[in-house]
Ligand binder design. Structure first.
Ligand code: FES
Length: 151
């Protein structure tokens, strides 16, 4: 948990239902032998409920050590399975984590001018659209978030 210094990729996602936000930071290293890029470290800052915080932690466990290709296959169901039995009303809180992971990978690929799979591009567009709605809906909260992150 916490902010990562000089992350290779950052994913920011928000929950349309409640406005909670996850920042997920990744460090990526290229394996010299295979040429595959692996997620070697992750950190998160989550402005949300206890379930949002728990699933942020879960996604770091699921994705650490995975290649980017493997990490992109992690689903909401994987996160939900590892969360145990969530009350139905809290299931929506678990959907942010894998979006955050996908966004951080998108950011990494984009910054490094690497090919971005079409599915990931479409998902990115949808997530960004949701973020804009959230930032408009929760302006005060977003300003508070900025102040906290600047510290
Ligand atoms: S209440 Fe917003 S993510 Fe849980």
């Amino acid at each position: 948990m916490g902010k990562m210094e000089n992350p290779d990729g950052v994913g920011k996602v928000g929950n349309l239902i409640c406005g909670d936000v996850i920042w997920l930071y990744i460090k990526v290293k290229e394996d010299q032998k295979t040429g595959k890029r692996k997620i070697v470290d992750l950190k998160f800052q989550t402005f949300g409920c206890v379930v949002a915080i728990a699933v942020s932690s879960i996604i770091t466990t699921l994705a650490k050590g995975k290649t980017l290709e493997e990490a992109l296959k992690i689903t909401k169901d994987d996160v939900l399975k590892m969360s145990g039995k969530l009350p139905l009303i809290k299931v929506h809180c678990s959907i942010l984590a894998d979006d955050a992971l996908h966004e951080s990978i998108f950011d990494y690929l984009f910054k490094n001018k690497l090919p971005i799979p079409k599915e990931l591009q479409e998902r990115h567009k949808k997530i960004q659209k949701h973020l804009k709605i959230i930032e408009e809906r929760y302006k005060e909260y977003v300003n508070l978030e900025k102040k906290i992150l600047e510290k």
